[in-house]
Design a protein around this ligand. Structure first.
Ligand code: HEM
Length: 416
């Protein structure tokens, strides 16, 4: 699916540029979502019409309301990431039992505390400053020289470079490509309607991650604190914990970025926000990025297993039931993309989760987003309008995404 779509005009009424842009943006977002999940996405979106919490045989209890979702995520007595239908069922056979996203309680809190040193503003600055700059430096010069750039490929190169840094691999082109292919081939095994991986999928995923963590193991054993595995050793993690963390970072932190950055730029371009996103001050940029995270919700669903009989909203659930938090509905239904309107407290940051499993990598995610926007900003500052000239959506992926998003520097931008 390529080319740009022109919004239609209902019943002779001529919509404003802003309304047309918003409509175009949402048409593309729908295409991105439906290409990834042609059956489950419309089904989950359809649930909202039946109620904020709906039991769906074969899938689980689907939550489409932000306040209820937050209650579930914060109630660790009754809802857990370990147990039937939970993420642990998917990932424990691949990653082992102790990788944050399949842990609860004191062990989880202790491991998170140990890992938090990797995500301080300084640690993140050092990691991205040392790695992604080289990948992104020529972005604006190429655009200003009249060349077209595929932002999906560029973001993949950045995310792959970060994986190399995480695993201690030198970021050669081949290593970056291999790291991304590995991450995608494992994440791509997951389907929302299946509760676990098949034995063959587990074997494949274990083999891929074992290959990827070989250099990480060597870096851990060397203990060189300029590498992430070496730092983990310095932070007191055992080798098993460190290797599990590397696996968890690769699974959670690669495709989300690969998905979000191009969708952010596309959404901003469609809605007329791109120039402000690139040249506005940090506060304005922050609001636009948060709004784009709310609208795109790169992790479209979160799973929990019911630990003890309870109610979710008005629906009674029993131990062993699965709760599917439809993050995409909770976030997107709070209104159209509008960085000028504050996000309601129930929704704020829900795209990164809530409670003890709140995204550990958020600072690294934001640093990567900033790195791309900083790299594109010289185009806008040169008075040129950055344009989306072509795009295609990715089919059959777990995390909805563009397959390609081609950018070019157009004519001079209008007055700012
Ligand atoms: C835009 C990008 C990202 C989004 C939208 C995102 C979203 C999320 C969400 C929703 C959760 C919570 C899941 C749940 O409670 O079931 C989560 C957890 C997590 N994320 Fe992210 N994430 C992003 C980027 C990253 C990056 C770059 C990393 C880096 C390594 C990362 C590492 C993690 C980890 C380790 C967890 C598990 C935390 C725990 O269970 O304690 N994420 N993320």
């Amino acid at each position: 699916m390529t080319g740009t779509t022109t919004a239609t005009r209902p019943g002779g009424h001529v919509p404003s540029d802003a309304a047309q842009g918003l409509r175009r943006a949402m048409v593309w977002e729908e295409r991105v979502q439906r290409a990834a999940h042609p059956v489950v996405y419309p089904a989950i979106r359809g649930m909202r019409r039946l109620g904020p919490v709906v039991r769906v045989p074969g899938l689980g209890v689907v939550v489409s309301d932000a306040a209820t979702a937050r209650e579930v995520l914060l109630d660790t007595e009754r809802f857990t990431k370990v147990g039937p239908g939970s993420p642990a069922e998917l990932w424990t056979p691949v990653l082992g039992p102790s990788v944050l996203l399949n842990m609860e309680g004191a062990d989880h809190a202790n491991l998170r505390r140990a890992l938090s040193g990797l995500f301080t503003p300084r640690a993140v600055r050092e990691l991205t400053g040392a790695t992604v700059g080289a990948v992104l430096d020529d972005l604006a010069p190429r655009l200003l020289a009249g060349r077209h750039v595929d932002l999906v490929a560029q973001t993949a190169a950045m995310a792959g470079t970060v994986i190399c840094a995480m695993t201690g691999l030198p970021p050669t082109d081949a290593a970056v490509r291999e790291a991304m292919t590995a991450a995608q081939s494992v994440v791509g095994l997951v389907r929302l309607h299946r509760r676990s991986l098949t034995p063959a999928q587990v074997r494949h995923a274990r083999a891929v991650l074992a290959r990827l963590s070989e250099p990480a193991r060597a870096a851990y054993r060397d203990g060189d604190e300029s590498t992430v595995p070496g730092r983990m050793r310095g932070l007191g993690l055992t080798e098993t914990e460190a290797m599990g963390a590397v696996g968890a970072f690769v699974l959670t932190g690669t495709e989300t970025i690969q998905s979000f950055v191009p969708r952010l730029v596309a959404l901003a371009a469609d809605t007329g926000w791109l120039d402000r996103l690139l040249t506005g001050d940090a506060a304005l940029r922050g609001r636009a990025v948060e709004e784009a995270l709310r609208i795109t919700a790169p992790t479209p669903a979160m799973l929990r297993s019911v630990r003890a009989d309870a109610h979710v909203g008005t629906v009674r659930v029993r131990a062993g039931d699965r709760v599917v938090i439809a993050t995409i509905s909770c976030c997107r239904d709070a209104g159209p993309f509008d960085p000028d309107t504050p996000t309601s407290p129930a929704v704020r940051h829900l795209w990164f989760g809530a409670g003890p499993h709140f995204c550990l990598g958020m600072p690294l995610a934001m640093a990567q987003v900033d790195a791309v926007l900083d790299a594109l900003a010289p185009v806008a500052r040169a008075g040129r309008a950055l344009e989306v000239t072509d795009r295609a959506v990715a089919r059959g992926v777990l995390i909805p995404a563009y397959r390609s998003l081609e950018l070019a520097a157009g004519a001079a931008a209008g007055p700012r």
